[in-house]
Design a protein. Structure first.
Length: 86
């Protein structure tokens, strides 16, 4: 999965909220992250994804709450990677 795919999915899901939308967005993040096997690569990939979600937040302010939920999930993934590295 390319980087643009989870960001575009977050945009679509945020504009047309439906039951399970956040779960679908989290699954997209997980699928994107599965493309990186090394923990350092995963950390960088998550940082890049956060940057692109921040850009989306600026472009589409109405998605702020939904993007915030996705960012919270990404933060949990970051913390898990840091715990495993310690």
């Amino acid at each position: 999965m390319s980087l643009s795919e989870p960001v575009e999915l977050v945009r679509r899901l945020g504009f047309a909220p439906r039951i399970g939308a956040i779960v679908m967005a989290e699954q997209a993040v997980d699928t994107y992250l599965a493309g990186y096997s090394h923990p350092d690569d995963r950390t960088i990939a998550l940082d890049i994804l956060l940057r692109d979600l921040a850009r989306l937040r600026v472009q589409e302010a109405v998605l702020d709450r939904f993007i915030g939920e996705v960012e919270t999930y990404i933060d949990l993934l970051h913390r898990d990677l840091a715990r495993r590295a310690a």
